[in-house]
Design a binder for this molecule. Structure first.
Ligand code: AMP
Length: 428
């Protein structure tokens, strides 16, 4: 189902309602990376962003005197009790952050949950075990959703990152509570996501510059198409650029491409030209010679080594080489566009930034976006996923207007799709 570009029906928020004394089921996104240390799963502070971003909502609910029951998923246990995917370490981390106790029950429904929920006092917080320990969660089984919702009188969704999934905890439980006349509201993080990815991009201040990168055109076709109705300039980087170059008949060597998406790239270029939108492709690149080694990675796949990195200023990439980053000339061209922008949306790195030799382009773009925000008052919105990682790694995370916590969810939202987890929130 599609709706008008970036339009957002105003959604009820916890700021609009009084949940004092009510048991509230709050869906949060606590899908945080964990590491095993001495047989225990622990969360590093650098990996606790998803916990941190829920604190304003929790503070608000606690100060209002709500009885908070948190539901979340971790990893993909596929309906089994996978001990490494327990949310118990999150309860400990959350208690540390909130400086108040957080109760934990080792299931998300059943008698123990009912008793603990009933004993909650205003301001108390209970975290339930991983909802994906039950296969019915992802199946959005209505009976399971009703059981999950049973202890609660109201529902709050603050898990934007999971809102593109119609699962029991993101949709079914909300419906069950709404059916009994209970309030279903968004949290403060949800509100910010809808504001920046929705409201702010409805009528962006111009010039509106969109930077798109990452691995695949196919992941972003729909976003490209929609943004071509709004943007003044589209700057393309990452592997995606090579499918565009292929569409222009240029040599791409061994670069990561999607030959079956050449038509899509061609029609995007035609649409941009017809609408007078600048669609820029890299004019130079860092290229490497990929060499297959006899070493294997953790999954048993042969490791590819990138040898002889060099600056390629030719339009074509030689057959034996692969493009892994944008080059200095492209950086300069893109930085000029970014420095004139009043609204910036960025999704996807400019190169294989995980390898610091090929992070130059991505970091330069991050710096330019931060500077445009600080010096020109541009509104800069980072559409989640790897661009957020790159910004944090470059130490500029707090220098942009907004970084989305959703990867897939933010892309689907920008495509104009209705996210089931957002739709389930009451309209204002
Ligand atoms: P995405 O999730 O689509 O934003 O893609 C992010 C991934 O794209 C990162 O893991 C990057 O390493 C990868 N990537 C970016 N540029 C390139 C490139 N030139 N060749 C291969 N992979 C790339």
């Amino acid at each position: 189902m599609l709706r008008a570009l970036f339009s957002t029906m105003a959604k009820l928020n916890i700021k609009d309602v009084n949940l004092s004394g009510k048991r509230v089921l709050v869906r949060v996104d606590y899908n945080v990376p964990m590491e095993e240390v001495d047989g225990r799963m622990v969360i590093n502070d650098t990996n606790a962003t998803r916990i941190d971003t829920t604190l304003p909502t929790l503070d608000h609910l606690v100060s209002q005197g709500a009885k908070v029951i948190l539901a979340a998923h971790l990893g993909r246990p596929k309906g089994k009790r996978e001990p490494s995917m327990s949310l118990r370490p999150v309860a400990e981390k959350l208690a540390e952050k909130l400086v108040r106790p957080v109760a934990f029950v080792d299931d998300c429904l059943g008698e123990k949950v009912r008793q603990t929920a009933e004993a909650l006092q205003p301001g108390d917080i209970l975290l339930l075990e991983n909802v994906r320990y039950h296969a019915e969660e992802e199946a959005n089984d209505p009976e399971f959703a009703a059981k999950l919702a049973a202890p609660a009188e109201a529902y709050v969704n603050d898990a934007f990152g999971a809102a593109h999934r119609a699962h029991a905890s993101t949709e079914g439980a909300a419906k069950a509570i709404a059916a009994r006349g209970g309030i279903c509201a968004g949290g403060l993080l949800m509100e910010r996501e809808l504001k920046f990815l929705g409201e702010e991009l409805k009528q962006p201040e111009r010039p509106f510059v969109v930077i798109l990168g990452g691995a695949k055109v196919s992941d972003k076709i729909a976003v490209i198409d929609r943004l071509l109705e709004k943007a003044d300039a589209l700057l393309i980087g990452g592997a995606m650029a090579y499918t565009f170059k292929l569409a222009k008949g240029l040599g791409v060597g061994k670069s990561l491409i999607e030959p079956d998406k050449v038509d899509v790239a061609r029609s995007a270029m035609a649409k941009a030209a017809a609408r007078g939108i600048k669609l820029l492709l890299p004019s130079d690149n860092t290229v490497v010679t990929p060499v297959l080694t006899d070493k294997l990675d953790k999954k048993g796949n042969p490791i590819m080594e990138f040898q002889n990195p060099r600056h390629n200023t030719e339009p074509n990439i030689p057959d034996a080489e692969e493009g892994v980053d944008i080059g200095a000339n492209t950086i300069a061209e893109y930085v000029t566009e970014i420095s004139q922008a009043k609204t910036i949306l960025w999704n996807g790195p400019m190169g294989i930034f995980e390898d610091e030799r090929f992070a130059v382009g991505t970091f330069a773009i991050a710096k330019a976006v931060a500077e445009a925000t600080e010096n020109n008052g541009a509104k800069s919105i980072i559409g989640g996923g790897d661009s957020v990682k790159a910004l944090n790694r470059s130490g500029l995370g707090d220098k942009v207007s907004f970084m989305s916590t959703g990867g897939g969810a933010s892309l689907e939202f920008l495509e104009g799709k209705v996210l089931p987890g957002v739709a389930a929130i009451n309209d204002k």
